[in-house]
Design a protein around this ligand. Structure first.
Ligand code: TMP
Ligand code: MG
Length: 291
């Protein structure tokens, strides 16, 4: 096997280790200047849980904040309790879940827009939140920056919140680009809508295809490292032009036994209840010849 001891970590599962080895060897041969990284945000770059307590998504950061009324908080929690079990239900097909996910996002955004959220208060809310990037985030972001490898963060969360999380962590480097749902503020800085096409958990393919300009700029980088935690994240690289190799790493955080097989069938490497970025980092170090 490759000189990546982290691939033997107990959290690592692979359906076909030989395939992983072949992809990595092709990529290392092509060189790190042909690589781009595409990552989901919530529960992929951020932690799922810490000391037994769930960590917030971008939306949850607002849900838990004082920027919204208690009535609104209650409604958003009810939506979460209704739709999150559907999101992770392995007995339902994507076709069945898709309209329900659109319903979740649409309702949540409508409720948030009623709250007259002020742009200038977002940074404070993020600072006071329990948001946590996964252990090893600094190495991931800094190493990509040092090696001029583009990182696309592709999130169905909220772009303004996500940016603030990485800015406050000191890792919003110039090689980072974000596709997400951005807030639209009126001239007095109050939330009036969300901009552009909604990105939810199952339309990342459409989102990717709307951003052909970005992938056009990166056409000299046909080797992709993809990081996700949902099966919807697998389509994040659908806009990549002339793709040569893709290595898909999936975090399986919740409902492990029910979902393990489907994750193994679609992700090359599945990380089970692994709250760290140790494995993606080891792969990056390998790809950039630092190992
Ligand atoms: P991601 O694409 O960055 O992972 O963001 C999507 C996550 O956001 C998904 O796991 C569901 C979560 N979410 C909430 O926690 N609350 C909400 O109100 C909505 C609409 C989504
Ligand atoms: Mg996610």
């Amino acid at each position: 096997m490759l000189k990546i001891p982290e691939l033997s970590n107990p959290s690592v599962c692979m359906r076909d280790p030989q395939r992983v080895q072949d992809i990595l060897q092709s990529m290392v041969k092509a060189g790190s200047n042909t690589v781009q990284v595409i990552s989901d945000f919530d529960m992929t770059l951020t932690r799922f849980a810490h000391n037994g307590k769930r960590c917030p998504t971008c939306h949850n950061i607002l849900d838990d904040s004082k920027l919204i009324s208690s009535d609104c908080r209650q409604k958003l929690k009810e939506l979460l309790n209704t739709y999150y079990p559907i999101e992770i239900d392995s007995s339902r097909s994507v076709e069945e879940k898709l309209p329900l996910m659109v319903e979740w996002w649409t309702k949540a955004h409508e409720i948030l827009v009623e709250q007259k959220i002020r742009k200038d208060l977002l940074a404070g809310v993020v600072r006071e939140s329990d948001a946590m990037l996964r252990e090893g985030y600094q190495l991931l972001f800094d190493h990509l920056h040092e090696h001029s490898i583009p990182l696309l963060i592709f999130s169905a969360g909220i772009g303004d919140i996500l940016e603030e999380v990485i800015r406050q962590a000191g890792v919003f480097h110039p090689n980072v680009k974000v596709f997400s749902n951005y807030m639209d503020f009126d001239e007095s800085g109050v939330l009036k809508a969300f901009k552009g096409e909604l990105i939810h958990i199952y339309n990342k393919r459409e989102g990717a295809l709307l951003n052909t300009g970005h992938f056009q700029e990166l056409r000299t980088r046909p080797n992709v490292l993809l990081l996700g935690d949902s099966l919807g994240d697998l389509t994040m690289a659908d806009g990549v032009q002339d793709m040569e190799n893709i290595l898909k790493i999936g975090f399986l955080n919740d409902k492990v036994e029910d979902r393990k097989q489907s994750y193994l069938d679609s992700y090359d490497i599945v990380l089970i209840k692994d709250e760290t970025l140790e494995v993606p980092n080891a792969i990056l170090l390998y790809l950039t010849g630092n190992k």
